[in-house]
Design a protein around this ligand. Structure first.
Ligand code: PEP
Ligand code: MG
Length: 599
């Protein structure tokens, strides 16, 4: 639901305008690079026996090139995002070097007389099927890696590819049917200007990562991957949610001008990052950053964040391709603590499952993964894995202020069990004489309606609440947060969601425990006044949004925000809420280009 940009299509020109969901701010103009289609075009051609050597050589070269691409990617990721995210590429290099993978492909070319592409595709598929059939979690997880590598080698063989991305002369705009969160995390910002995908929603994890790495993006474009051709000129407007293929000269000039305005406005906002987050009437608001990797912390601080309100630790798992050891966890948390220099770090325990643990990796694919074994439920069923993480958190807490937070809690029993495990782990560490933090606050995400409704009961179990509106919206409204087809129904302006947020804040205040909000709403200026009016004083968001939210805070009074919250409480439709909040925001908007991004 971005602002309507009113771009009409000129019937005389091939320009095409597609509306999607704006998920990562900024306007980019560049050439299309289509991803993920190689596997659909594998040539099934037979060869003469005299061509065998040539095909084997092509296959070997493709493997070596894919390995070189992966090594380059590993090195770049290590520099840009740190050692942990780089490990997945190390692991992939190891798989491609394994001779037992190449041998049957060679045999297949020699005996069946087929082109290298055909032999590669069939062999990788067979290996993936074998892993998947083993019913063992570790092997099932390898299935996804094999599919990924299959594409890489095929891309190299077919000359047009994901790996070509690494050798591009000019930066491009990626167009794909769908991207994964880890693909997005691995993007080289000097090569990728932005992206547009058919699938995805405002708070799907790929969108969250796009914001974290600051790549302008529009998702949910439904058919963009079918109509865009490699090399087409395209505009991606990550604020308005528009993708324009083959723009006219006039539209191009218009967007270039907007681009300049947006860039200078963002630079101006960044200059105010160091100012205090304080309302006109003197209330101090704590603005924190959401991170996926410790290396994002410098961006939190540069943008004026006072600490980390949500560290999504599952990305340690998702990008390493294996279960992190206690030391892997510990090193990551220690890095985060040292970047923060005494500022608070809220570590959320692994939130695996649903879209953050693909169904090909799951032990058994679930029919309704978002309602299945995800988050705390998964952790409580995998106790050794869970305890490994808890040990590392407690150990790291000896080095700085750490809070621990459990995701997707839906029953009081779950939080009691999680607390009991944490106490067990603390006792174990003490018995072993291992140093640990002694002052670790325990909190829970409130992101399921049952927890929000029963917030009063939960408030006596924890030291703090953090409201996760991304999930709270989807579970309250029964709308998949990643499904573009129902994206129009997914909104934080829902009176039902607002009621739940209000209930949680009230329960926290009554018991005098801390409450914050770390869903994407925290970083959307249209909601800032409402959230302050509902009583929130701590907001945690994607780091790049902090200066903008700070600017809003510095222009309002709490009294005014409370009046807004009371008025919103009288509305019964999200349309009314949105229109009202948009009008109120416009009154204080100091003239940003095109207005502040709206819901
Ligand atoms: C949320 O659900 O609001 C949240 C912050 O968690 P995540 O987006 O990681 O599910
Ligand atoms: Mg969540």
């Amino acid at each position: 639901m971005g602002d309507d940009l009113s771009i009409d299509q000129d019937p005389g020109l091939p320009m095409e305008t597609i509306r999607g969901i704006p998920v990562s701010s900024g306007i980019v103009i560049g050439r299309v690079f289509r991803l993920g289609e190689a596997e659909q075009r594998v040539p099934h051609r037979r060869i003469e026996s005299g061509e065998v050597d040539r095909e084997i050589e092509r296959m070997e070269t493709a493997f070596e090139e894919a390995i070189a691409d992966l090594e380059a990617l590993r090195d770049r990721t290590r520099v840009q995002l740190g050692a942990e995210p780089a490990k997945i590429f190390e692991f992939h290099v190891g798989l491609l070097r394994d001779p037992s993978l190449r041998k049957p492909i060679r045999t297949r070319i020699e005996t069946d007389l087929v082109v290298a592409e055909w032999a590669v595709a069939d062999e990788f598929r067979a290996v993936a099927d074998r892993f998947a059939a083993m019913g063992n979690e570790v092997f099932a997880q390898k299935t996804a890696d094999i599919i990924d590598l299959d594409r890489r080698v095929l891309d190299r063989l077919m000359g047009e590819n994901t790996s070509r991305l690494a050798t591009l002369e000019e930066p491009v705009i990626i167009v794909a049917h769908e991207l994964t969160p880890s693909q997005t995390a691995g993007m080289d910002r000097t090569k990728v200007l932005g992206f547009a995908t058919d699938l995805g929603g405002r708070t799907s994890h790929v969108s969250i990562v796009a914001k974290a790495v600051d790549i302008p993006a529009v998702v949910g474009c439904q058919r963009i991957s079918r109509i865009a051709e490699n090399g087409d000129l395209v505009i991606v407007d990550g604020d308005g949610g528009t993708v324009i293929l083959d723009p006219t000269d006039e539209i191009l000039a218009d967007y270039r001008a907007r681009q300049t305005r947006v860039t200078s406005y963002r630079a101006e906002l960044r200059r105010s990052a160091g100012l205090e987050a304080i309302t006109v009437d003197g209330s101090s608001i704590s603005l924190l950053g959401n991170i996926e990797f410790p290396d994002e912390i410098p961006s939190v601080l540069d943008n004026g964040g006072a600490g980390v309100g949500l560290y999504r630790t599952e990305f340690l798992y998702l990008t390493s391709g294996h279960e992190p050891s206690e030391d892997d966890h510990y090193q990551a948390y220690r890095t985060a603590i040292s970047h923060l220099g005494g500022r608070p770090l809220t570590i959320r325990t692994q939130d695996l499952g649903a879209d953050k643990y693909t169904q090909t990796q799951a032990e058994e694919p679930e029919r309704n993964p978002f309602l299945g074994c995800r988050s705390i439920r998964y952790s409580l069923l995998h106790l050794p894995e869970f305890k490994t993480q808890l040990r590392a958190i407690l150990r790291a807490a000896a080095a700085g202020p750490v809070k621990v937070m459990f995701p997707l809690v839906s029953t009081v029993m779950e939080i009691r069990q999680a607390k009991m495990l944490l106490a067990d782990v603390a006792e174990e560490l003490d018995e072993e004489g291992v140093e640990r933090g002694r002052d670790v606050s325990i909190g829970m995400m409130v992101e399921v309606p049952s927890a929000a409704l029963m917030a009063r009961a939960f408030s006596s179990e924890v030291d703090f609440f953090s409201i996760g509106t991304n999930d709270l919206i989807q579970y309250t409204l029964a709308v998949d947060r990643g499904n573009e087809r129902v994206a129009n129904l997914y909104t934080g302006a829902s009176p039902a969601v607002i009621q739940l947020v209000k209930n949680v804040v009230r329960a926290a205040r009554r018991r005098e425990i801390e409450v914050s909000l770390c869903g994407e709403l925290a970083g959307e200026p249209i909601y800032t006044m409402l959230l302050l009016g509902l009583g929130l004083r701590t907001l945690s968001m994607v780091p790049t949004q902090i200066p903008l939210i700070k600017t809003v805070i510095r222009a309002v009074t709490i009294d005014h925000c409370e009046r807004i919250a009371r008025k919103v409480g009288t509305f019964d439709s999200e349309r009314q809420v949105l229109n009202y909040l948009r009008d109120e925001l416009r009154k204080i908007d100091p003239g940003s280009p095109g207005g502040w991004t709206a819901d």
